[in-house]
Design a protein around this ligand. Structure first.
Ligand code: MSK
Length: 666
């Protein structure tokens, strides 16, 4: 990278196809987030958490050598305002994921009430599983009645004023006890978000520890609330993911087909698009305009949703949205919610691409708006596809980049990971726990979060992914981190043969999995929580999530959602490391609380570390210390203790002979 910079060619993306298109765009003066990141230097005061703007006497800025002892006009300290700032970020994230989950519940209820024929309940087993967790009777009852009860019960988690949220009971007992001890069991999602804003306004809570504790309660309302609701209801409606083969990177777009992108997070429209692009009338219509067919591609987390359920290819994560349009090959760029750059409209104006917003709460000046409504989903999806087809003849040669793409295997749900360790009848987490105990697998890292134009984007994900698996660390990946790994060719079982350490390789070969498991979208970080809970229940490691040889890393995080996710992992017992500079860097006190104090109380922490090598070292240190505390065999590459033989594919197939595939994977 350094030599490229000397030649005047700064690496903007660690993905070769993206870098190629970005460089071309720069030569054509097409502004992107990479140019804007160069021009827009972050305000150093706000960036480090030292600016208070919750009232109009300020903003008060805590700068200089006396910053630690300064007071704002109201008397607030640096630690107070720094704590307020970060928990306000987390509240934004919880609100985003909470609303996403709420919309999924509304779709479930629309199906249950017979208000839409465009969606069905695809995974009845998952519905029953969730009904069981919620103490809803399901035996012998009509499926739609059960769905109605599940939807209504989950909806209570939003408006509940007192008591506990439903999915709290899914956490290991000890984890729950820690939350109870510190008074942070959330009551309702909306209540915790509202209280975060309330507590952190001028003249309210001034104790940084107390503010941060409520920030954790708000985060639990996301991880064990809004996001978990979203994951489970999406599985009920669209199916629980099982591994599928697909492709990734900007090279997924074709010159001779109508290319449509689905971008954002909420999969309802994208799922419908998957159905309608296969309709013969629309394919014929595309042919009448000179195209050979219709090619649907995903972007960001909407991509992850349809990738893992249908094998729809992904064009990448957050920073690939402008380069995707710059291929010149996109006929319609459809967006739903979250992580959508308004700038795509400006880029699209330089090509023939039509940007279509579809969510009532996401409108962008200059974009076409077609409101999605789950009651008429297919008609709306057909309307969008027709707009894309009509736009195909307007394509010019401008851009016209057909670049490289990579094979991926994606879609490892909690249920599938359990299934692959013993089949439908003997599925468990025993083999994984045994492999960790024996030292074949050193530990587990959740590699998650965004890609950022402040780095050569996706580069830190790629670095950590390869360095961790070389050291026998199994990776579970979500969000744009999955896209970063997929767009680098890392999400294949072959990767294990080439890169993984000897122990991890043996496990991957025995089970037939990649060393990096694609678990889904941002909301699907909750799959990691339920997997960790199942591992705790299985025995042999920690009896709670805290204390497991496991770490969460978000190497290039950018969003408020990421802050909320980082906090819910920390309070669930997972040490978390975020890349880049700290948004609480200005306050040593807040930094200490979020690392040392949280670790004492919850066995989790939230660190910020700009140096990728140090992120790696810190993650391995946490893993090795957890192994030592659990009195597990000391990790040594290539040396393992004897353990039970892992169930290989052949053995599993024998067991599966009797199983009926339509009954699902549990
Ligand atoms: S899309 S939140 S940039 S992971 Fe889920 Fe990617 Fe981060 Fe958005």
């Amino acid at each position: 990278m350094a030599s490229e910079e000397k030649k005047g060619k700064k690496a903007r993306s660690a993905s070769a196809p993206a870098q190629e298109i970005i460089e071309w765009g720069m030569s054509q003066d097409i502004g992107t987030c990479f140019d804007r990141a160069d021009k827009m230097k972050p305000c150093p005061i706000g960036h480090s958490g030292a600016c208070c703007k919750v009232c109009h006497m300020g903003p008060c800025r805590f700068v200089g050598k006396d910053a630690d002892t300064m007071k704002g006009i109201c008397g607030a300290t640096l630690a107070t305002i720094s704590a307020r700032n970060i928990v306000r970020m987390a509240a934004g994230g919880t609100a985003c994921h909470g609303d996403h989950g709420r919309d999924m519940v509304f779709t479930l209820l629309a199906v249950a009430n017979g208000e839409t024929k465009d969606f069905q309940i695809k995974d009845v087993r998952k519905l029953y599983k969730i009904a069981g967790i919620l103490d809803i009777e399901f035996e012998g009852r009509p499926v739609l009645d059960v769905a109605k009860d599940v939807g209504n019960k989950l909806l209570e988690d939003y408006g509940r004023q007192r008591g506990e949220m439903n999915f709290i009971r899914r956490a290991p007992k000890k984890t729950q006890e820690r939350w109870k001890k510190w008074g942070i069991v959330p009551r309702g999602i909306d209540r915790e978000v509202a209280e975060t804003l309330d507590r952190t306004t001028m003249g309210m809570d001034a104790d940084p520890d107390s503010i941060l504790l409520h920030g954790l309660r708000n985060a639990v309302a996301n991880g064990w609330g809004g996001s978990m609701i979203s994951t489970e209801v999406t599985d009920i409606l669209f199916g629980t993911p099982m591994p599928v083969k697909a492709e990734a990177s900007l090279g997924i777009f074709t010159e001779d087909e109508v290319n449509i992108v689905v971008h954002g997070h909420e999969p309802s429209l994208a799922e419908t698009m998957v159905d309608v692009v296969a309709e013969p009338e629309l394919i014929e219509y595309a042919k009448s305009k000179g195209a050979k067919g219709i090619n649907l591609g995903g972007m960001c987390c909407t991509a992850n949703e349809v990738l893992m359920r249908h094998g729809i290819p992904t064009a990448g994560g957050f920073t690939n949205q402008e380069p995707a349009i710059m291929t010149g090959l996109i006929d319609a760029f459809t967006v739903d919610i979250q992580c959508i750059m308004p700038a795509i409209v400006d880029v699209a104006k330089k090509f023939h691409t039509k940007v279509i917003t579809t969510a009532e709460k996401v409108k962008i000046p200059g974009a076409m708006h077609i409101q999605f409504d789950e009651h008429h989903a297919k008609d709306i999806a057909r309307q969008i596809v027709k707009i894309a087809i009509d736009n195909y003849p307007n394509r010019t040669k401008k851009g016209s980049h057909v670049t490289e793409k990579f094979p991926v295997v994606a879609g490892f749900s909690h249920e599938y990971i359990e299934y692959m360790q013993g089949g439908r009848w003997r599925g468990s987490f025993r083999p994984l726990n045994d492999a960790i105990m024996a030292g074949r697998i050193r530990g587990v890292v959740g590699l998650a979060g965004c890609d950022s134009p402040r780095f050569p984007s996706t580069g830190v994900h790629k670095f950590l992914a390869t360095e961790l698996i070389k050291r026998d660390v199994l990776i579970v990946s979500t969000g744009c981190s999955s896209a970063a790994c997929g767009g680098a060719g890392y999400l294949t079982p072959e990767m294990a043969l080439e890169q993984a350490g000897p122990g991890l390789r043996e496990v991957c070969e025995a089970i037939g999995i990649p060393p990096i498991l694609h678990l889904g979208a941002c909301v699907d970080n909750t799959r990691i929580l339920t997997i960790a809970s199942a591992m705790a229940e299985e025995g042999g490691l920690s009896d709670e999530i805290g204390g497991m040889p496991a770490v969460g890393i978000a190497p290039e995080w950018i969003t408020e959602k990421a802050v909320s996710i980082g906090m819910y992992f920390a309070v669930s017992g997972v040490p978390v490391i975020f890349g880049g500079e700290s948004p609480v860097e200005a306050s040593k006190e807040v930094t200490r609380i979020m690392t040392e104090v949280w670790f004492e109380r919850f066995k989790g922490a939230l660190h910020f570390e700009p140096d990728p090598e140090k992120i790696l070292a810190l993650a391995l240190d946490y893993i090795d210390k957890a192994r030592a505390a659990l009195k597990l065999r000391k990790y040594e590459p290539g040396k393992f203790a004897a353990e039970k033989v892992l169930m290989d594919m052949a053995a599993r197939r024998e067991i599966e002979k009797a199983a009926k595939p339509h009954l699902g994977i549990y």
